[in-house]
Design a protein around this ligand. Structure first.
Ligand code: ADP
Ligand code: GN1
Ligand code: MG
Length: 356
C-alpha cells in the first residue's frame, strides 16, 4: 500500500485525503484518493510493463488533451473527460524511490463495471469507444511512441507462448497440454490482421488497444457511458483490435475468470447491438476487409488474450495481477471456451484466409 505522502508532490486542492485500493485493472496499482470535498485516482504505474514511463506519459498526456479538445469542440462536458493532475513541478507524473505515480481527475458520479447490463447497454458502450476512435482520427499518430511494441501481433504472442512452454519455468506445462494444443491448432490464422495491414487492406489508425468493458466509465444514475479510460496502450493499430477486444469482454455471459465453463456463452444479441452501434458512430471510413474480419477479430482478440494468460501462467504469473491460485489458468480457459462458442457463430478461425 502506497503512503499518502505521495500526494504532497501533486497540485491538489487542500483536503484531508485517504487512499484506498480501487478498481479491477490487471496492470497498474490504482487507489481512490478520497477527501472531504474532492476525489481523485492515484496510480502507481507498472514500469516493468511500461519501461519507458516518460514516453508512456507523453502519449497519455497528449491523447487526454487532444480528446478533451475534441469533446469541447463538440459542445460536450470536458469535466467528464479523463485528465491528468499535474505535479507541483508541472510534470505529468512523479518518480520516487517507490516508483512512478500519476493522478487523474475522478469523473464524478461514475463507475466502471466488468460486464454490460444488457445488449442495449453494450451498444452504448460501443458508441463511446467508437466516438473515442473518431475523436482520435485526426491525431498525428507519428507523435505516439510504441510503448509496447507488437502489442497485438498475435503471431508473436503465440511464439512467446511456445518459448514459455519450452522453458517451462514454473513447471506447469503438463497441466496445460490441452490448452496449449488449442492455441497451436489455430495458429495458422493468427497473422490475418497483420497481413491485411501489410497489404494495405487494413489501415493503421490511432487505436486504444485495450477496449475491455471496464475501461469505460458509466454514469451512476443514467448507466450511460461517459468516458473511455486506461489510455496506456493508445498506439497505432487496427480498428479490429479495438472492436474485437471489446467483444471479448462485452459478449461473454460470464466473468473473465469464471471457473464454471458451462456459464461461458457468446451473447449474439449483445454482438449485434454492439456492431450496429459501433459502426453507426464509426461511419463509412471502414474498409471492406475490416468489415469482413469483424467477427474474426472478435475470435482473434479472445484467442490472443487467452494465449497471453496461458503464457503468464507458464511463466509463473509475472505479468497480470493475480488474486487467487491458478488465476491466469482460469482466465485462459474462459477465453478459449469463448473462442469455441464464437466459432459456432462466425465459423472456424482456421476457415478464414487472407484476402487476395
Ligand atoms: P489498469 O491498467 O490496471 O487496468 P486502469 O487505468 O484501467 O488501470 O484503472 C483501473 C480501474 O480503476 C478502472 O477499471 C476503473 O475502475 C478505475 N479508474 C481508473 N481511472 C479512473 C478515473 N479517472 N475515474 C474513475 N475510476 C477510474
Ligand atoms: C490488461 O490494464 P487492463 O487490466 O485494462 C492488459 C490487456 C488485456 C487485459 C485482459 C497493458 O488490461 O492487454 O487484454 O488485461 N493490458 C496490458 O483482461 O497488457
Ligand atoms: Mg484497465
Amino acid at each position: 500500500m502506497t503512503d499518502k505522502k505521495i500526494l504532497n508532490y501533486f497540485d491538489l486542492p487542500g483536503d484531508d485525503y485517504e487512499l484506498s485500493p480501487y478498481g479491477s485493472g490487471h496492470i497498474n496499482v490504482t487507489y481512490l484518493v478520497m477527501g472531504k470535498n474532492n476525489k481523485f485516482v492515484l496510480q502507481k504505474i507498472n514500469d516493468r510493463i511500461f519501461p519507458d514511463v516518460d514516453g508512456l506519459m507523453r502519449n497519455v498526456s497528449s491523447v487526454c488533451d487532444f480528446n478533451t479538445e475534441q469533446v469541447k469542440k463538440q459542445g460536450g462536458d470536458v469535466k467528464r473527460c479523463l485528465s491528468l493532475i499535474r505535479a507541483k513541478d508541472g510534470a505529468s507524473y512523479v518518480k520516487t524511490d517507490e516508483g512512478y505515480f500519476r493522478i487523474y481527475n475522478f469523473i464524478e458520479n461514475t463507475v466502471a463495471i466488468n460486464m454490460p447490463l444488457s445488449a442495449e447497454h453494450f451498444g452504448e458502450g460501443g458508441k463511446c469507444f467508437a466516438r473515442f476512435a473518431k475523436n482520435l482520427a485526426s491525431f498525428d499518430a507519428s507523435t505516439l511512441i510504441d510503448v509496447i511494441p507488437h502489442f497485438h501481433d498475435t503471431v508473436r504472442r503465440v511464439e512467446n507462448l511456445e518459448k514459455s512452454a519450452a522453458k517451462n519455468t514454473a513447471g506447469r506445462l503438463s497441466e496445460v497440454e490441452e490448452l496449449y494444443d488449442f492455441v497451436l491448432s489455430r495458429k495458422q490464422s493468427a497473422g490475418l490482421i497483420l497481413s491485411g495491414i501489410e497489404k494495405g487492406l487494413i489501415p493503421l489508425r490511432v487505436t486504444h488497444n485495450d477496449t475491455k468493458f471496464n475501461n469505460l466509465l458509466f454514469d451512476v444514475q443514467t448507466k450511460k457511458p461517459v468516458s473511455v479510460i486506461d489510455l496506456d496502450t493508445v498506439m497505432k493499430g487496427s480498428m479490429l483490435y479495438d472492436f474485437g477486444d471489446a467483444v471479448r469482454t462485452g459478449c461473454n455471459s460470464a466473468d473473465e475468470d469464471e471457473a464454471d465453463l458451462t456459464k461461458v456463452k457468446f451473447l449474439g444479441d449483445y454482438y449485434d447491438a454492439f456492431e450496429n452501434a459501433y459502426l453507426g458512430v464509426f461511419g463509412d471510413g471502414i474498409t471492406a476487409e475490416e468489415k469482413r474480419l469483424l467477427g474474426f477479430s472478435s475470435m482473434l482478440m479472445t484467442y490472443e488474450c487467452g494465449a497471453r494468460f496461458l503464457t503468464d501462467y507458464l511463466d509463473g504469473d509475472v505479468y497480470f495481477a493475480v488474486h487467487k491460485p491458478k488465476h491466469n489458468l482460469l482466465r485462459a480457459k474462459t477465453q478459449f471456451k469463448l473462442v469455441e462458442e464464437m466459432e459456432k457463430v462466425f465459423g472456424a478461425m482456421n476457415g478464414y484466409s487472407e484476402a487476395n
